[in-house]
Design a protein around this ligand. Structure first.
Ligand SMILES: [Zn+2]
Ligand SMILES: [Zn+2]
Length: 275
């Protein structure tokens, strides 16, 4: 499996000279099997614009799974030339809401909030709600599980390639919603375990440091130390810290990368990983 980090910033884009190395675009990953083009996208943050470079100008054809509907995971939808393309074919799925998937998306993406609705995207699009469980997406086997996060139904995904290589994706996760856990960062709960158990790569919310956590946890995110604990309990092969705080400059991410050097890789926009 190959993985491209198209955007790894959390909450809102953070462009500027202080974030050029880790990147300012919000959550989006592209996944490919072997040497083929990407066939599965995870989230559609502003980083989705970078997919055109991966595809060399070709249209994307495959599945797009949204973890949830917050702006920082959907705002790339109308701005990605590889998916907003006459030849694109996109099977978009999102955690099932009380209204049809298309209608849920259109609540934020339609006039007067935005000039076009989901129907205005070029190419062949389908919009479907997804329940917890196993599903095929873009040729990968996917397990969807609901995880706690603030403000809206949120899924984490476990993705397994046909050759057995695996990735877990929990970009926005507030485990303290389920209790304080052994260290105050929230419990390693059953859904998180099911998603991360034995994966080759765990991509996890790492928005806050332990110093920031007491005053910031109510925003709905994890401490880096929680991601480390989950990776250890689940025996994940590698941990990719993701969804960096928008206020975190590159120099601070360098310091954190040094602090957690033996256990964590801090995601950078433009990373291309073999899993
Ligand atoms: Zn987010
Ligand atoms: Zn969120």
């Amino acid at each position: 499996m190959r993985v491209w980090v198209l955007g790894c910033r959390g909450s809102t884009p953070a462009p500027g000279p202080a974030t050029v190395r880790y990147g300012g675009n919000t959550s989006a990953l592209a996944l490919a099997m072997d040497d083929g083009p990407p066939t599965l996208l995870l989230d559609a943050g502003t980083g989705l614009v970078n997919l055109q470079e991966v595809l060399g100008g070709e249209a994307f054809r495959g599945a797009l799974l949204l973890s949830h509907l917050h702006w920082d995971h959907t705002h790339g939808l109308p701005f990605s030339p590889a998916t907003d393309h006459d030849d694109a074919a996109v099977d978009l799925r999102l955690p099932a809401q009380r209204v049809p998937a298309h209608e849920a998306l259109a609540r934020a993406m339609s006039p007067p909030h935005f000039p076009i609705g989901p129907d205005g995207l070029r190419g062949a699009w389908s919009f479907r709600g997804l329940e917890e469980g196993r599903v095929e997406a873009g040729g990968f086997e996917v397990l969807a599980r609901e995880i706690p996060h603030k403000g809206g139904r949120t899924f984490g995904y476990r993705v397994v390639a046909p050759d057995g290589r695996s990735l877990a994706y929990l970009p926005d996760h507030q485990p303290t919603a389920l209790g304080t856990g052994p260290h105050g960062f929230g419990p390693v709960h059953e859904a998180a375990r099911a998603l991360a158990d034995g994966v080759d790569l765990l991509v996890h919310d790492a928005q806050y440091t332990v110093e920031e956590f007491p005053t910031s946890q109510h925003f709905g995110h994890s401490a880096i130390d929680y991601a480390v604990a989950l990776a250890a309990v689940a025996e994940a092969g590698r941990l990719l810290a993701f969804h960096h705080a928008p206020t975190r400059p590159d120099d601070e991410l360098d310091e954190l990368a040094a602090r957690f050097a033996s256990t964590v890789t801090f995601a950078r926009e433009g990373d291309h990983l073999s899993v």
